[in-house]
Design a protein around this ligand. Structure first.
Ligand code: Z5A
Length: 208
């Protein structure tokens, strides 16, 4: 019987997932909770190897189906080794991305069939879903501005504007389909206001 809570952070590149992951961790630890932070793809030694396979630039084109299956392979390992054991011990788990990213990037960005993703989600996760998801949302221009100074762009960051527009729209569709779980946060405001919004959604979870 799982007793911790599972929180995920989602959104386009550079919108503050990593920054706010650390804020949420400190906030929860100050409430006396034990917190595990992790990320997808990745989170275990094997899943981190899969992450490298997925993100590295390579001469061979990666087939969309290969990419989708690798995302779920890494997720299966992550769930078994990290997420489920931590929750079972009463720890709270915060993940930088989870399955909503698959709907956004593989479903929206790569335009793969959503029903395929739904089938894999059910197969790999059963009924398991995050308790709370923060979707950091802003116009693509904001995201581009924040990441433009990076020297090494990964395989996803080399995509063109229409890809990122589709990713954003697919994330917003997920939020409309799961309004109780996914909280859309305006990432185009000061960090202070972003974090105020997050706290407002974390407080009810603490009362559960
Ligand atoms: N992927 C996928 O395709 N399918 C899947 O199922 C999964 C993932 C799980 C790796 O993700 C890639 O995997 C990702 C999707 C794909 N593709 N890409 N690209 P990642 O999460 O590791 O990589 P990322 O999206 O590029 O994350 P990021 O660039 O590290 O962004 P971030 O964590 O959201 O942002 P940040 O580092 O916290 O902030 C960026 C900068 O903005 C930093 O200088 C901050 O100080 C600043 N910042 C943040 N918030 C603000 C505000 N509010 N105001 C001003 N400045 C701010």
């Amino acid at each position: 019987m799982e007793s911790g809570q599972f929180i995920t952070l989602e959104g386009g590149e550079g919108l503050g997932k990593s920054t706010n992951l650390h804020f949420i961790k400190s906030f929860l630890e100050n409430q006396g909770l034990s917190v595990v932070v992790t990320r997808e793809p990745g989170g275990t030694p094997l899943a981190e190897q899969i992450r490298s396979l997925l993100l590295e630039e390579r001469a061979e084109a990666v087939a969309d189906k290969t990419e989708l299956l690798l995302m779920f392979s890494a997720r299966a390992q992550h769930l078994k080794e990290v997420i489920h054991p931590a929750l079972a011990q009463g720890q709270w788990v915060i993940s930088d991305r989870f399955t909503d990213a698959t709907y956004a990037y593989q479903g929206g960005g790569r335009q793969m069939e959503v029903s395929l993703i739904q089938q894999l989600e059910t197969w790999v996760q059963g009924l398991f879903r995050p308790d709370l998801t923060f979707l950091l949302d802003a116009p693509i221009s904001v995201s581009m501005q924040r990441v433009k100074e990076r020297l090494n762009n990964d395989r996803f960051e080399q995509e063109q504007l229409p890809f990122f527009e589709r990713v954003r729209e697919a994330y917003l569709v997920q939020a409309r389909n799961h309004p109780d779980r996914i909280q859309v946060i305006n990432a185009n405001q000061s960090l202070e206001l972003v974090q105020q919004d997050m706290v407002a959604h974390l407080l009810p979870l603490l009362q559960k």
